[in-house]
Design a protein around this ligand. Structure first.
Ligand code: HGY
Ligand code: MN
Ligand code: MN
Length: 401
């Protein structure tokens, strides 16, 4: 079995180039379907072509580099869209490391390997949008109707870079397995000093968009007892949700209110409306269900107590997923060979496109350390030597899948 020898300088040079699309301070602003993301996808297509791969883009914007042979092969990759304020490595590292492994394999007479950059993993429209459509978890029609926080539909903004072939669906059964390498985005490896994480499972996520509606009114003349203040409803909801969640969660459960929009958002107006998102993540479906029920009950209770209207809509539901045991052992062997004694098996608290691949094929993931455990921030970073080490482990495993 020939080892796949990656070119570290080429890996890092492409990572630095990808960073330039939408670069802002030390991070990137490259949301799905933005100008920067479109330009990045056009450049990636060129790099895939230069690697001798056939370029295909599907109707939702997932970008593939496919070997000429039709025999089912290994698929490696991740996503290249970013959060509204993202780090330069989240997703991008897995796409470029996958590209490097695929072209190094071709150069060293190794197995044919396909590469993918999934679209809108970061949830401008919903969590893992592109890979959800690709894996058959969501229809293209349903995805095209999704709206972002500004109320724009995916159909309105979905565009393909110039010079690409017409969109085609790329069937998951073209591939035998999926490997994704990603920054950990958490503190575990950074704290332990280990260099590689072999992921055993990925948490599930539920998220909802909620709205409280009250009565917009004058902030000076409206007595407190006559108010129907949407923000006060949100505050009471958030406090009560924390108290009720505390009865069902474990130290590994997380939940976040990350988006809040107050209307009309003026200091002398009692707010008549607040829109916000709540997301919660856990490894157990039963606990996610219990938390969904608590969200429902708490919104109802608060709206009733305060004379507010309320609406809820599901934004994302991704079940917990298990990595393939056989692939885990191949990754563990590669980690030990690449970073002897400096690796660990661990869960993923972040969601990844591998969670959708799990519905259609065996999948597994590798992590490399995040400096200070920071991610979804311009401050996200990883030592360049760690980026190279991870890609070398991915290459060793890819030759053995
Ligand atoms: O939120 C996540 O887990 C992923 O980084 N989008
Ligand atoms: Mn990611
Ligand atoms: Mn992310």
């Amino acid at each position: 079995m020939s080892d796949i020898r990656i070119d570290p300088d080429r890996l890092l040079a492409d990572l630095d180039t990808l960073r330039s699309f939408g670069q802002c301070e030390t991070g990137v602003v490259r949301p799905a379907y933005s100008e920067a993301e479109l330009a990045a996808r056009g450049w990636l297509a060129e790099r895939l072509r230069a690697a001798g791969l056939e370029v295909a883009v599907d109707p939702v914007g997932n970008l593939f580099g496919l070997p000429r042979s039709d025999a089912p092969c290994l698929l490696v990759g991740s996503h290249s869209d970013s959060q509204p304020e993202g780090g330069w490595l989240d997703g991008a590292y897995g796409v470029i490391a996958g590209l490097e492994v695929a072209r190094a394999s071709r150069e060293s007479g190794g197995p044919p390997i396909a590469v993918v950059s999934f679209q809108d993993e970061e949830g401008r429209f919903t969590t893992l949008t592109g890979s959800s459509v690709w894996a058959g978890q969501m229809s293209l029609e349903e995805a095209r109707r999704l709206t972002d926080n500004a109320g724009r539909t995916l159909a309105e903004v979905c565009r393909q870079p110039q010079g690409l072939p017409a969109p085609v669906a790329v069937a998951p059964d073209r591939f035998r397995a999926f490997l994704e390498i990603h920054i950990e985005q958490g503190p575990v490896l950074d704290t332990s000093g280990e260099k590689i994480g072999v992921v055993e499972s990925i948490v599930g996520i539920r998220s909802e968009r909620l709205r409280f509606t009250g009565q917009q009114n004058h902030a000076g003349t409206t007595p407190m007892h006559l108010r129907h203040d949407a923000v006060q409803g949100f505050v009471r909801f958030a406090e009560r949700l924390n108290a009720r969640f505390a009865e069902v969660v474990t130290p590994a459960t997380v939940w976040t209110v990350g988006h809040v929009a107050v209307h009309p958002n003026a200091s002398s107006i009692v707010p008549g409306r607040v829109d916000f998102t709540v997301q919660w993540r856990d490894a157990e479906t039963a606990r996610l269900d219990a938390m969904t029920e608590i969200v429902r009950r708490t919104a109802e209770d608060v709206a009733g107590e305060m004379g507010l209207g309320h609406e809820r809509s599901s934004y994302a539901t991704i079940p917990p997923s298990a990595c393939d045991p056989g692939l885990i052992e191949i990754l563990a062997e590669a980690a030990e060979a690449t970073a002897p004694g400096k690796w660990r098996r661990m869960p993923s608290g972040a969601l990844h496109d591998a969670a959708n691949a799990a519905h259609r094929m065996p999948m597994a993931m590798l992590f490399v350390p995040s400096k200070g455990g920071i991610s979804h921030s311009f401050a996200e970073d990883t030592e360049r030597a760690d980026l190279v080490l991870g890609a070398q482990a991915l290459a060793r495993a890819a030759a053995r899948v």
